[in-house]
Design a protein around this ligand. Structure first.
Ligand SMILES: Cc1cc2nc3c(=O)[nH]c(=O)nc-3n(C[C@H](O)[C@H](O)[C@H](O)COP(=O)(O)OP(=O)(O)OC[C@H]3O[C@@H](n4cnc5c(N)ncnc54)[C@H](O)[C@@H]3O)c2cc1C
Length: 467
């Protein structure tokens, strides 16, 4: 657990607490979860059981059927796996704004300690800043999102090349299986009367009963939950890993893992993914370096960025050269110039870009290589850089299953020079890296991609969906 635990208030352990409360905010899984394991450690020391609390509120920005459904799909399996370990579980879907918003505080009153997830973006970042001061019991957060805990890289890193050697040096210590204990004392109840037992059959009605945006339909490609995360992982190692290095930038080859939604909601940890991939690669004499570079170095660079900057959604941390070049080119004529609505509806002159936006609308994720093109074109066609940044964040927050993640903001800002270097100067882009439709056509099979997205749109079904 070294380097993973932070204590966020000065309150004591409640000696007569009935349980240790684990508030599952971001890492919505039972296995390989260092925070849950820390809760178990503390509970065993005190001789009390563990109770896990998971909430789903209707009030987060752009709450909608897609995100709610994906999150709810994980709940039955979480409940099953916790029960198997003798851990109590209560799940609270706050359907309307009129319903109570204080379930955590209600449970914390009887807790010996409260443990949660250390996560540098979205609601968890806000909660971890505001909740600890309101509790009269110790509140700890545990980093189970990164392989090398965020605390081990003690300052903001400026690019992959600066963080890489540090991560590689620390990997032998941290790239090892998470503890896997069950608590000594079983939770015997009672669970609060507001707990809702979710079953696969009850999800659609539950989503329909929530005061959220019902116009964003569930993804046609991804089902949430632990089992689906494991299926994607095994499909990847067995069928795609050997092709990854060569084909990962070719969307029609489906050579990437599609794990980002599962990593974002913590249904699976990057640690488990890395260990599985490395183990399989060793056994089958494959090289997994390219994949592990993305999963570990690039992903943890994003967590490092989000942890150390004050506002991960702003231009504050882009390098000076990028800021200067944007200032110089702010007045360049944009032609064409599209409104946010035109871009949201995928109504530009460029069929390839429209297809990437449709992929986001339908699948809730864009292929990694085309996602760069998607971002760069939004920059080119928006009235200004700030409008472009705001639109990219809005589209991710609203439609992407892997949105609101450290990867979201870091990679969107990469389009504006973060973690990148200056390139040849040109209109609008200045010295920011440029991407063109012709380049995409030269390097990838755009025709196959256009056909694939057209089929999704026509049929409303994804033949690549993992069942
Ligand atoms: C404009 C833009 C926006 C992006 N928004 C997101 C986002 O909202 N959420 C998100 O997870 N990723 C985002 N990315 C990064 C990358 O595109 C996705 O992580 C990747 O496409 C996810 O698909 P996969 O799981 O099949 O990736 P794989 O290629 O199978 O990679 C495995 C994992 O490695 C990590 N990874 C891969 N590429 C990167 C990268 N460039 N930076 C950091 N980590 C990476 C991810 O966790 C990914 O799931 C964005 C990239 C761009 C250019």
């Amino acid at each position: 657990m070294e380097g993973r635990v932070r204590i966020l208030n000065d309150q004591p352990i409640r000696q007569d607490g009935r349980y240790v409360l684990y508030w599952m905010q971001m890492n919505r899984r039972v296995d390989a979860n260092h925070a849950l394991q820390h809760a178990i450690e503390v509970a065993d020391e005190l001789g009390v059981p563990v109770l896990c609390y998971e909430g789903l509120t209707c009030t987060y920005e752009y709450a909608n059927d897609r995100i709610h459904t994906f999150m709810l799909e994980a709940v039955p399996e979480t409940a099953r796996r916790l029960a198997k370990r003798g851990i109590g579980y209560c799940f609270y879907p706050r359907r309307t704004r009129q319903e109570p918003n204080d379930r955590l505080y209600e449970l914390a009153k009887h807790a010996a300690a409260v443990v949660s997830d250390d996560y540098p973006t979205f609601i968890a970042r806000q909660h971890n800043a505001s909740v600890p001061a309101k509790l009269d019991v110790t509140y700890r957060v545990v980093d189970s999102s990164c392989i090398v805990p965020m605390s081990q890289i003690t300052k903001r890193e400026y690019a992959a090349y600066t963080i890489r050697p540090k991560i590689h040096k620390l990997l032998p210590k941290f790239l090892c299986a998470a503890p896997d204990r069950s608590p000594r004392r079983k939770f015997e109840g009672p669970v609060p009367e507001w707990h809702v037992a979710v079953t696969p059959d009850s999800i659609a009605a539950l989503v329909a009963s929530c005061e959220i945006d019902h116009s964003v339909r569930p993804s046609i490609s991804y089902t949430g939950g632990r089992q689906m995360a494991e299926k994607h992982l095994w499909l990847f190692v067995e069928k795609k890993l050997r092709r990854y290095a060569k084909e990962r930038n070719e969307p029609s080859k489906h050579a990437t893992s599609d794990l980002s939604p599962y990593l974002h909601f913590g249904n699976i940890s990057s640690l488990e993914v890395a260990l599985t991939v490395r183990g399989y690669a060793t056994e089958h004499k494959l090289i997994a370096d390219e994949f592990l570079e993305e999963l570990i170095v690039r992903r943890e660079l994003a967590f490092n960025y989000s942890r150390y900057v004050e506002d991960p959604h702003s231009f504050d941390a882009v390098p000076d050269w990028a800021r200067k070049t944007m200032a110089k080119h702010a007045g360049d004529e944009r032609d064409p110039l599209y409104t946010n609505e035109q871009m949201e509806r995928a109504e530009t002159y460029d069929p390839l870009w429209n297809a990437t936006q449709r992929e986001l609308l339908l699948r809730g994720k864009i292929h990694g290589y085309y996602r760069m093109y998607w971002g760069k074109k939004i920059m080119e066609w928006s009235a200004g850089y700030q409008q472009a940044l705001d639109l990219m964040i809005y589209l991710h927050d609203r439609y992407a299953l892997d949105g609101r993640d450290p990867n979201t903001y870091t990679n969107i800002l990469w389009c504006f020079g973060l973690h990148d270097r200056p390139w040849i100067e040109r209109p609008i882009f200045g010295m920011l890296r440029y991407m063109s439709g012709d380049g995409m056509k030269r390097k990838t099979d755009t025709k196959a991609y256009l056909q694939e997205i057209a089929l999704l749109e026509r049929t409303g079904k994804d033949p690549h969906r993992v069942e």
